[in-house]
Write a protein that binds this ligand. Structure first.
Ligand SMILES: Cc1ncc(COP(=O)(O)O)c(C=O)c1O
Length: 425
């Protein structure tokens, strides 16, 4: 599945030696493999075969236009959470009737834009949002397809900062209130009830929470059908976890997850929407960095690299662990020692990888890469400390292309100005 492999001790992405790219582009940069993106999409597609389904790629995981276009070519839909993501999805050629719009805070402007573009469904997260969508649809003389995002009150495990399906999380409408909200929705002529939606969290590596959630949503759906609601879409959200250490278990879990979907919903004639993000893109991207310095404080070894929390927030944000490896494996001087790999940002939290074996002989200028950085990587990058925002490069077989330019401090400066009164003496 993964197209990042060592050949004769040098890392290749598909047919391209990554060190060759480093000759033309300075680090840090993100590097994506189009083959891995396609393989991931095709695999999920194949495994869902046999039911009526839509893969609505969760754009938040990686919103690069070329990534979106790659999926669009294979018939993907999109799960978006902002007008920006919606515009990108449309620009990449994703069909409007394959786009679902999630998120707790859709603005009036965003709702109007989505309505004009006739998206497949709004995943509505509150009564106030429902009323607002109804009002705007009426004003512009159209109707809005809606699903309620119900909160099934299920703990999905994993890190609390990426749990979304518990009663105490901000997302969705409690499943216990949802029937009344569907009844309310029915009263608005400008609303068309088309579905139901859940999303219980991200990086879920156990089947049990999915099993519980799917069961709950199915029985609620049956209840709604009995009440005369015409639910045609069941949106199961995203959340498929991946193994950040090795590739081994990814396929096994995917098989279990897709079998669960098929067995749970085999007797419904409804369209099953899934919103995977991480699974489709995480192992299709790496973050390439260079070693700046090393130092030892109180017997703790630090390796300072030119990529940090401004480029990849996940370790600082939710203690995510990524593996870091050299672009060039050493054949001599292979002994290793433990390092804490850190970025350049003036924050103690700017730790890229804790406690990892790195060659003892590592030195300034050596290239390293942070593996499985394709999801929730570049999309969360910032210019904190007025740093550049890393560029993005995509490989296709033996070819590669910059798919987003690095944003330099000079570019950022163009958006700033000194207030007029400060210019006077
Ligand atoms: C509503 C919604 N759908 C889909 C996803 C994608 O999740 P994942 O990347 O874990 O598949 C998210 C991310 O948390 C989400 O909030």
């Amino acid at each position: 599945m993964n197209s990042f492999k060592y050949k004769k001790n040098h890392l290749f992405c598909e047919g391209v030696k990554v060190e060759e790219i480093c000759k033309n582009f300075s680090t840090p940069f993100y590097l994506y493999s189009s083959k891995t993106l396609i393989n991931n999409f095709k695999l999920l597609h194949k495994m869902l075969n046999g039911i009526n389904f839509l893969i609505a790629y969760s754009v938040k995981a990686n919103s690069n236009l070329s990534v979106l276009k790659t999926f669009a070519k294979y018939g993907a839909g999109a799960d978006v959470v902002s007008i920006g993501e919606l515009k990108k999805a449309l620009k990449a050629g994703i069909a409007n009737n394959k786009i679902v719009y999630s998120g707790v805070g859709k603005s009036i402007n965003e709702i109007a834009f989505a309505l004009k573009n006739k998206i497949e469904q709004f995943n509505v997260e509150s009564i106030e949002e429902l009323k607002t969508i109804a009002k705007i649809a009426e004003q512009i003389n159209t109707s809005a397809n809606i699903a309620l995002r119900v909160n099934p009150d299920i703990s999905a495990g994993g890190h609390p900062k990426i749990s979304t399906g518990k009663k105490t999380d901000k997302f969705g409408i409690p499943i216990s209130d949802a029937k009344n909200v569907y009844e309310l929705a029915k009263k608005f002529k400008s609303l068309k009830i088309v579905g139901i939606d859940i999303h219980i969290g991200s990086q879920i590596r156990k089947l049990a929470p999915f099993k519980k959630a799917f069961k709950k949503v199915l029985s609620f759906c049956i209840e709604l059908d009995k009440l005369g609601f015409n639910i045609k879409n069941i949106d199961l959200g995203g959340g498929i976890g991946i193994n950040y250490d090795t590739d081994e278990q990814d396929q096994k879990f995917l098989i279990e997850y897709t079998n669960l979907i098929k067995s749970t919903f085999k007797n419904t004639n409804k369209k099953i929407i899934v919103e995977p993000g991480r699974f489709l893109v995480a192992n299709a991207g790496i973050l390439v960095a260079s070693v700046l310095y090393k130092k030892t404080i109180d017997s703790k070894n630090f390796l300072i690299i030119d990529a940090g929390m401004n480029d990849l927030m996940r370790p600082a944000l939710y203690d995510a662990r990524h593996i870091i490896r050299p672009l060039k494996k050493k054949v001599k001087n292979k002994t290793v020692k433990k390092f804490e790999v850190v970025g350049t940002i003036c924050e103690t939290a700017d730790i890229v990888v804790k406690n990892i074996n790195i060659y003892k002989s590592v030195q300034q200028g050596d290239y390293y890469f942070i593996d499985k950085a394709g999801a929730y990587g570049h999309v969360m990058a910032s210019s904190y400390n007025s740093k550049s925002i890393a560029g993005e490069i995509m490989v296709n077989k033996n070819d590669y292309s910059v798919v987003k330019k690095r944003i330099n401090p000079e570019d950022i400066l163009k958006f700033e100005k000194i207030a007029p009164w400060l210019k006077k003496n």
